[in-house]
Design a protein around this ligand. Structure first.
Ligand code: M6R
Length: 366
C-alpha cells in the first residue's frame, strides 16, 4: 500500500509530479494558451461584483492560501485577505455579498474551516472551496468547488495537498486575470507553458536527495532551526518550518528575512542552522544582506536557490538548487527539499513520521 516506500509521507512526496499533473489536467485549453475552469464558468459581471477576496484555512492549507493571495493580487489585481479559520470566525469579519470567500482544505472536514464557510454564507458571501475530497462536508457546503485531484493523502503531514493547492491557486488567478483583462494573452500563454513544465521539474528536484539526507542527519541533533525568506520565499519558509516541527519535533521558526533585526537575530549564534530561501528577484539583494547578517553570527546556512544562481553559494555553507522557472511558480519546487529535509530529520530522530504525536489527520474538533 506504500508502493515500496517506507512511509506514506515519502510516497506522497514522490507522488507530487503526478498529483500536480492531475490538478492541471482538463483545465488547460487545447491550444495550451489559456486556463479553462468548466466547474466555474465565471464572467466579468460575476467577478466585478467582488471588491475583496477572503481566503480562509488552517495549517498547511493556510500556508497555501498565503501564496494564493500573492497570485490573485499580482495577476488578477483583486485585494485578498488571508486568515486562519479559528481566528476568522471569531473576529466579526467584514464579509458581505461583495466578498468572494475561498476556503482551502485537503480533507474538506476541518471544523473551523467549515464553520468559517457557513458563517460567510450567512453573511451573504459567494463561496468557493478548494479541496481534495469529493463529497466532503466543505465540498457540499460551498457554492462552488475546485478539486485538487491529488489522490488520497494518508500521512498526517500534508505534502502533495500543498503543492496541488498552489497549482490550483495559480490557475485560478490566471483564469480570473483572463476574465478581468488584467494580463495580456501572450503573458497568460507564457504562464500556462511554464506551468506545464512543473511536474518534470518536481521530478528533477526529487532525483537529488542525497545532499538533503546528509543535512538532515546533521540537523537531527539540533534543538532549533530557523527558516528565512522574503515575499513568496517567506510563505514557503512558514510551510517548511511547520513540516519540521510537526514530524521531527525540532523547534523551528520561519521569519520574514527583513524582520530578523526586529528580534530573532538575538537567537542566531554559532552553529544554529538557518535555511535561507532566495529565489525572488525583486528582493534578492535584500535577502542576501539578511543572509550575510546571520552568517556574520556564525550560523550554518543552507541556501535554497534557483538553478543558475551562482551568487548565493559565495555567502552560505551549502546551496540546494531547484530548476529554474518563473519566480511565481518556484514555491512549488522549493517546498520539495524542505519536505524531504523534515522527513529525513524525523527519520534520524526515530520519530513516527506518518503519525506524529498529539496530531490527527483531520481536525474535527474546534
Ligand atoms: O484537511 P485540511 O487541509 O483542512 O487540514 C488543515 C490542517 O489541519 C493541515 O494542513 C495540517 O496543518 C497538516 N497536518 C500540516 O502538515
Amino acid at each position: 500500500e506504500k508502493g515500496g516506500f517506507e512511509h506514506f509521507m515519502l510516497k506522497e512526496i514522490h507522488e507530487q509530479p503526478k498529483a500536480v499533473r492531475d490538478t492541471m489536467s482538463q483545465r488547460i485549453a487545447k491550444d495550451g494558451k489559456r486556463i479553462v475552469m468548466n466547474e466555474l464558468k465565471w464572467n466579468a459581471d460575476f467577478l466585478n461584483n467582488f471588491n475583496k477576496v477572503y481566503i480562509v484555512a488552517c495549517g498547511t492549507a493556510y500556508h497555501a492560501g498565503l501564496v494564493g493571495k500573492f497570485y490573485i493580487e499580482k495577476l488578477a489585481r483583486i485585494p485578498v485577505e488571508v486568515d486562519v479559520a479559528s481566528e476568522f470566525r471569531y473576529r466579526d469579519p467584514i464579509v458581505d455579498e461583495n466578498t468572494l470567500l475561498i476556503v482551502v482544505s485537503q480533507s474538506g472536514e476541518t471544523s473551523d474551516t467549515l464553520a468559517a464557510l457557513k458563517e460567510s454564507k450567512r453573511r451573504g458571501a459567494q463561496t468557493l472551496a478548494l479541496t481534495n475530497v469529493v463529497g466532503s462536508s466543505i465540498a457540499r457546503e460551498a457554492d462552488q468547488v475546485l478539486y485538487t485531484w491529488a489522490g488520497p493523502e494518508i500521512a498526517v503531514a500534508s505534502t502533495k495537498a500543498y503543492t496541488t493547492q498552489l497549482i490550483l491557486f495559480f490557475m485560478l488567478a490566471l483564469y480570473m486575470a483572463e476574465i478581468k483583462g488584467t494580463l495580456p494573452d501572450d503573458e497568460i500563454a507564457h504562464f500556462v507553458s511554464m506551468l506545464q513544465q512543473v511536474p518534470a521539474q518536481i521530478s528533477e528536484t526529487l532525483s537529488d536527495v542525497e545532499p538533503i539526507k546528509t543535512f538532515a542527519k546533521q540537523y537531527g541533533f539540533n534543538e532549533d532551526v530557523f527558516y528565512i525568506g522574503r515575499s513568496l520565499d517567506y510563505d514557503v519558509a512558514l510551510e517548511g518550518a511547520l513540516k519540521l516541527k510537526e514530524i521531527s519535533y525540532i523547534h523551528a521558526e520561519a521569519y520574514a528575512a527583513g524582520e530578523l533585526k526586529h528580534g530573532t537575530l538575538a537567537l542566531i549564534v554559532e552553529g544554529v542552522p538557518v535555511i535561507a530561501l532566495a529565489t525572488q528577484k525583486s528582493v534578492y539583494e535584500k535577502t542576501l544582506s539578511n543572509i550575510k547578517e546571520v552568517k556574520a553570527r556564525d550560523a550554518v546556512v543552507i541556501g535554497i536557490a534557483a538553478a543558475g544562481d551562482e551568487e548565493l553559494e559565495k555567502y552560505v555553507d551549502h546551496v540546494i538548487h531547484v530548476p529554474e522557472t518563473d519566480e511565481l511558480l518556484i514555491p512549488i519546487l522549493t517546498v520539495v527539499p524542505l519536505q524531504l529535509l523534515a522527513y529525513y530529520a524525523a527519520i534520524t530522530r526515530g520519530c513516527d513520521v506518518d503519525k506524529p504525536r498529539n496530531l490527527a489527520k483531520s481536525v474535527t474538533v474546534e
